[in-house]
Design a protein around this ligand. Sequence first.
Ligand code: GRF
Length: 198
Amino acid sequence: MNKKKLAILISGNGSNLQILIDACSTNKLAAEIVVVISNKPQAYGLVRAANANLSVLCLPFTKGTYRSAYDETLAQQLSVYNPDYIVLAGWMRLLSQSFLSHFSGQVINIHPALPGCFPGTHAIEQAIEAYQAGLITYTGVMVHYVPDEGVDNGPVIIQEDVPIFSDDTLETLEHRIHKTEHRLVLEALIPLCNPSRG
Ligand code: GRF
């Protein structure tokens, strides 16, 4: 079987990475992870990747480096692995066209909010604050393509509402959102990696 090649970019815990590792190893996902790249040396996801015997790269951003130079280097290092898709699974750096222009239609992001809501790093905190202010009754998760430098914005592959309850804390809402992410990232990728797509 001709498996799709996935590159996974992380910055932290890597729970979404773990879901992808497990789904590839059980053939739930017709894909192989060809490389895991972190911009943070201490990211626990690197341990998960090493435990799974995956190729790992750590590319910390050095202060004073041009963003475009970092992104160009990242693209070059990634190109060596010839990925079909690049999944941003908790990758906490904005990617510029210096990177994206190399991978048109191949970059996919997981975001813990619905399209147009709470872009950026604190989406879950912002959602619970908006709920407490009576502005929203639910939040959600989306998996989307990253065509340009728009933050957590791009053609949606899959999205799902996540309810917020009156007794939710940040931790309980985070838990519900992460469980939804872990399911949706697979629901997004399984059809893309299906052999019938050639
Ligand atoms: C997830 O909530 C993802 O949506 C966001 O960053 C978080 C990463 O979690 N972009 P993990 O590292 O996969 O556990």
